[in-house]
Design a protein around this ligand. Structure first.
Ligand code: SF4
Length: 204
């Protein structure tokens, strides 16, 4: 089955990390910070934030201006600062300081959409979930795994067609592949390890 070959070749190239190894609270907040922001910027801002406010209790009581200062490199930091403070408050007060581990409850948190909830389930809890961002959406369509218009549709389609054993790997593998070779513009098809399986390759 070609999807098994695709996943195995991408794993060989990118050596994905261990899932569920991140603190669920940090996985959740870092994913909120990552919205419309490059990974390296998200990593820097998350590190600064968690060095000072690493738990829901600490973040709930933080000053919004101070949070803004710590995360000011990320996109929409003025919107995200009060939002993550509010998420911390809800987790602390309604869930005894523990991040909920089910999709429906995660989606009830402010600013948490399906991508953020799925990333939290994968990276924070090690659960089988399909986290679809722009890379996963674009590449799944290029490879012909799905034929969809939105990341939400892609998630639903992949949940139907992708073997469950691959669910939690698809995000990390396709994000790294999308940054490295299968870029939005000018993909490096001549270096691609799965070129023969790609109907969307350039220079056909
Ligand atoms: Fe992406 Fe090109 Fe590889 Fe297709 S052949 S998956 S477009 S890099």
């Amino acid at each position: 089955m070609s999807i098994d070959i695709i996943i195995s070749r991408l794993k060989k190239r990118y050596h994905p990390g261990k899932f569920g190894s991140k603190d669920p609270f940090r996985a959740l907040i870092a994913t909120v910070l990552s919205q419309r922001t490059r990974d390296e910027v998200t990593d820097r801002a998350s590190e600064k934030l968690f060095a000072k406010y690493g738990t829901p209790a600490a973040l709930e009581h933080a000053d919004v201006g101070d949070i803004e200062e710590l995360i000011r490199e990320v996109g929409f930091y003025r919107i995200k600062a009060p939002r993550i403070k509010e998420i911390a408050r809800i987790i602390n007060n309604d869930f005894k300081g523990k991040v909920p581990s089910d999709m429906e409850t995660l989606l009830s948190l402010p600013g948490v959409g399906r991508k953020t909830a799925n990333c939290t389930l994968v990276y924070g809890f090690g659960k089988d979930a399909v986290a679809v961002d722009t890379h996963v959406h674009r590449i799944s369509n290029r490879l012909g795994l799905v034929k969809t218009k939105t990341p939400e549709e892609t998630e639903l389609k992949l949940r139907e067609t992708l073997p469950r054993k691959h669910w939690k790997h698809i995000n990390e593998l396709l994000v790294r592949f999308g940054q490295d070779l299968c870029r939005p513009v000018g993909p490096k098809c001549d270096e691609c390890p799965i070129i023969e399986m790609c109907p969307g390759r350039e220079g056909r």
